[in-house]
Write a protein that binds this ligand. Structure first.
Ligand SMILES: C[S@@+](CC[C@H](N)C(=O)[O-])C[C@H]1O[C@@H](n2cnc3c(N)ncnc32)[C@H](O)[C@@H]1O
Length: 336
C-alpha cells in the first residue's frame, strides 16, 4: 500500500501482512479477529508462565520482540529456542501445542523442569511471528472496524446522493469514479446523477473492473478525469498512514477542477484514533486544495464530502502527530 514497505519484527518485508490488509473482505474479518484473539491470549499465558517482568505492548511488536529477547539474555538455549520458533512458518505441531497450552503449562509448572522453559520460548517465538504475519495490531484494528460494519446499513452512497444532488443540478454530463466498488447496484450508479460511473476494486465483482487505483494510469487529458471520486471505506483498508496520504494525493490527479471527493471511514478512525480526528483530516485535505462541504457521523461511520476548490492551505506535518492519547485508541492516521 505505498513505496516504503513495512518491516516485520524480524526486519523482513511484511508481505503477508500487506496482503491481508489489502484484501480483507468483511466476511473474512471475523476469522482474522478470532486468530488475533487466539494468538494474543496464548502469548499472554506464555509470558505469565515465563514470568516476563516487562508487560508487552499490543501496539508495538518491535518493542515486544526486544522485551522477549532481553529476557533470554545470557541463556543461549532459550534465545536459540525463541529464534527457532520465530522462523517457523505455519506449523501444525506448534498449533496443537498452543491448543493444549493450558494443560501444558500446568504440567510444566508441576515438573518445575527448567529445560522445558525453552519449549515455551519456541512457542512464544512462533506466536510472535504469527502475529507479525497477520499484519500486527493495525491489521487487527482494520479487521475489527470492518467486522463491526456488517450491520451498518449497506450502501453509503445514499447519503452521497442527498449531498451531491443539488450540487450537480446544472451538470447533466457529470462522471464519477468509485474506488473500492463492490456492486454496480449502489446508489451512485443508480441515482441517475452521473452520465457515467467507473467502478474499480482490488477484486473482481460483477460490473466492477479489477484495478488497483494506485496503478490506474494517470489521466492524459480532462476527459480521463472525473467530477466525483467516491472513496467509501477504502482509506481504512490501506495499511499505513503514508500510503493513505499517497492515495489522497492521487485522487486529486483524477479530479476535474471544482470536482468532489466523497470519503467514508469507520467512525473510530476520527473519534478513537491517536493520530486522526475530523479537524486534522480537514487540515490535511485542505493542504491538497480540498474544502469540506458536508460531514456526518452515524453510529459506526464517518462521512464527508469535499470539493477541490484549489485554495491551498499550509502543508500538514510529514510525520504522524498525536491528537489523542489513552487506552483503547487505534492508530489510524494519514500523512501527506
Ligand atoms: C470495506 S470495502 C468497501 C466497499 C464499499 N466501497 C463500501 O463502502 O461498502 C473496501 C474495498 O476497498 C478496496 N480497495 C482497497 N484499496 C484499493 C485500491 N488501491 N484500489 C482499488 N480498490 C481498493 C478493497 O478491495 C475493498 O473491496
Amino acid at each position: 500500500m505505498h513505496s516504503r514497505k513495512s518491516k516485520s519484527i524480524t526486519g523482513k518485508r511484511n508481505q503477508v501482512g500487506n496482503d491481508v490488509a489489502k484484501v480483507i473482505k468483511p466476511q473474512k474479518t471475523r476469522r482474522i479477529i478470532r486468530r488475533f484473539h487466539h494468538l494474543i491470549n496464548k502469548r499472554e499465558s506464555i509470558c505469565l508462565f515465563l514470568c516476563l517482568t516487562e508487560k508487552l505492548d499490543e501496539a508495538n511488536e518491535k518493542k515486544n520482540d526486544a522485551i522477549v529477547r532481553a529476557s533470554t539474555k545470557g541463556n543461549t538455549e532459550q534465545s536459540k529456542s525463541y529464534e527457532d520458533g520465530k522462523s517457523q512458518v505455519f506449523n501444525e505441531a506448534m498449533e496443537t501445542q498452543l491448543l493444549r497450552l493450558h494443560s501444558l503449562i500446568k504440567k510444566e509448572a508441576k515438573l518445575k523442569d527448567s529445560s522445558k522453559i525453552t519449549v515455551m520460548y519456541a512457542l512464544l517465538g512462533y506466536v510472535m511471528s504469527q502475529i507479525d504475519k497477520l499484519g500486527g495490531l493495525e491489521t487487527y484494528q482494520i479487521a475489527s472496524q470492518n467486522g463491526q460494519l456488517n450491520g451498518r446499513g449497506g450502501d453509503t452512497s445514499k447519503l452521497l446522493e442527498k449531498w451531491i444532488k443539488p450540487l450537480l443540478a446544472d451538470h447533466p454530463g457529470a462522471t464519477a469514479l468509485e474506488i473500492g466498488s463492490l456492486s454496480s447496484e449502489n446508489h451512485i450508479s443508480r441515482c441517475g446523477l452521473f452520465k457515467h460511473v467507473v467502478r474499480i476494486d482490488l477484486e473482481k465483482h460483477e460490473g466492477v473492473t479489477k484495478q488497483d487505483f494506485m496503478e490506474r494510469p494517470l489521466p492524459e487529458n480532462e476527459n480521463d478525469k472525473f467530477d466525483l471520486i467516491s472513496c467509501s471505506l477504502v482509506l481504512n483498508f490501506v495499511k499505513n498512514h503514508k500510503d493513505r496520504g499517497l492515495m489522497c494525493h492521487r485522487m486529486i490527479k483524477f479530479l476535474r477542477p471544482q470536482g468532489y471527493v466523497f470519503i467514508v471511514l469507520p467512525q473510530a478512525c476520527v473519534t478513537h484514533s491517536r493520530y486522526c480526528n475530523e479537524s486534522l483530516l480537514q487540515k490535511l485535505l485542505a493542504s491538497l486544495g480540498l474544502t469540506m462541504l458536508h460531514s456526518h457521523q452515524s453510529n459506526k461511520l464517518y462521512y464527508c464530502l469535499y470539493q477541490w476548490q484549489m485554495v491551498l492551505s499550509p502543508k500538514g506535518p510529514p510525520k504522524r502527530i498525536r491528537v489523542s492519547d489513552g487506552p483503547g485508541l487505534n492508530n489510524f492516521g494519514i500523512t501527506l
